[in-house]
Design a binder for this molecule. Sequence first.
Ligand code: F0G
Length: 498
Amino acid sequence: MKIEYFPEDLQEFLVPSPAGGLGYNCLKCGKIHPPKKLYYTCPDCGGLLLLEDAREDRLKERPGKFWRRLFDYRRMLNLQPLRGIFTFHEFLAPLIPVEDIVYLGEGHTPLVAAPEDLSREVGATLFIKHDGQNPSASFKDRGMAAALSYLKYIIRTQNLSDVLAVCASTGDTSAAAALYSAALGSQIKSAVLLPKGKVTLPQLSQPLGAGAKVFELPGVFDDCMKVVEYLSDHYEVALLNSKNPWRVLGQESYAYELAQQFDYELGDLALFVPVGNAGNITAIMSGLMKMKRYGVIETLPKIVAVQSSHADPVFRYYSQLESDRVYKPVTVRPSVAQAAMIGDPVSFPRVQKMVEEYNKAAEEGRFFAVQVREQAIMDNMIAVNRSGLTVCTQGGEGVAGVREALKLGILAHGDKAVVDSTAHALKFAEFQSAYFEDKLDEGYEVRAKAELVNRPVDISPAGVPLPAAGETQSPEDRAAYVSAAASDIANALGLKAR
Ligand code: F0G
C-alpha cells in the first residue's frame, strides 16, 4: 500500500531511521560494549553476550497500542527490507539503517490451526507455526537476516573487505549462513563445519549449492562447535553461530510475529520450542519480555522447552530442585531430532538468565522444560504429517512435548498450544523413510508402528510387456500393459468395476 493511504498519524513512522542505544551486554562481567565491532564473546572476560537497548525507555514512552497499530499497518507497506523480520525494526536492531537490511523473504511464516481431529487426538487446541517456510527452510533465516544485515552495515561503514563467515552446524544454521552470505556477493565468503554423517542429504546439499566451503568433521555437533570457537578466537572470522548475539536478536521476530498473529493476546497460550543450542528459546523469551515491557502484550504465555531424552541437558537442569540445580553437559545419543542433538548448548547461560527474568516478569513460573522419547518424536511427526499439516522431526518433538505437558498438568485439556515447526519436513524426510522401512539404527530406539507405516506398492503386472525408459511400446503391448496395471491397482484399492 502507498504511504499516502496509511492513517496520517502513522505515516512519518512507517519507515524507521536508525535509533536506540544498542550495546553488547556481557552476562559474566556485566560490562557493556558499543556495537562498533562484531563480538561473539566479551572482549574483556570472554563471557557470553546479549544485545540490549540502553535507551529502550523511549519505546515505553509510547503506549503499546501505538506499536501494535504501527506494526499491523507496516505489514501492508511494500518496502522490501521491512517485509520480513524488520517489520519490528524498533524492537529488534534499531541501529541498522534500512538500506543495509538483507531481506531474502524470511519471516511472516504461516500460523495454522490444526484440523480438529488432530487437536482432539492430541488433547490440546493445537497450532503449528511453519518456520520451515523460510528461504533456507528453517527458522535460522530469522537470525541470519539480522546478523548479515549488521555485517553488511559494518562492511559498508567501516570499509571492511575479505570477510569470512564461519559456523558449525547440525545442518540448518549452515544452510542459512551459506545462503545469506551468498546474498552479499563478493563482500563475504562463507565456510561451514558439519559433523560427518550427522546432517541430512538436503541439509548437506544446501551450503554446497550456495557456494560455501563445506568441511565435514568427525564426532557430533558439540565437537564441531569447539573447533569453530577455536577458529573464531584465533583467526579473523565472523562467527555466525547463535553465540553471535545478532542471531539471537533476529530470532526474537518469532515472538513478535506470533503476537501479531494472535492480535497481541498471548496469555492463554503455551509455546512449545524444541531446544538444541538454546539460541531460539533465548530469543523467543527475550522478545516476549520486551513486548511486555513496552506494553505491547499484557500477559506472557507459558513457554515449554522440549528435549529428546537422547540430548536433554536443559531438561535435566530444570528438573532438579531449584536450590541445588547444577548444569552438566550430556553426551548425546542418536536422535531423530538431529538438528537439536546437542549436549552442551552454547546459549545455556542466556537461558538461565531469561528463565529467571521471565518467571519474575510473569509473576509465576511460566517456563517449563519437558523431555520426550525418540519413539514419540517420530510417531508424532508422522501423525501430524497425516493430518494435513507438515512438520519436521523437531516439530514432531514439539507435538510430543504438548502431549507430555498435558500428562504433567502443565496444560489442561483443550488449552491452546503453539508448536514451532522449526524446519521444513522435507529436510528430514529420510527419517520418515527409515521409519517406514523400520530401519532406524538401534541407537535411536525407535520401532515403526504398523498403523503409521506407509510404503510404495510396486506395480509390475505379470504376463504383459512392461514399458521401459527410452523405448516406445507398440499400441497392442501398451493396451495390454495399461489394462493389467490398472487391474492390479484396482485390486490393491479394492475398487469395484463399472
Ligand atoms: N530445530 C531445528 C530444525 C534446528 O535446526 C535447531 C538447531 C533446533 C531446532 C534447535 O534450536 O539450537 O536454537 O536451540 N540447529 C542448529 C544448527 C544448532 O546448527 O542448525 P536451538
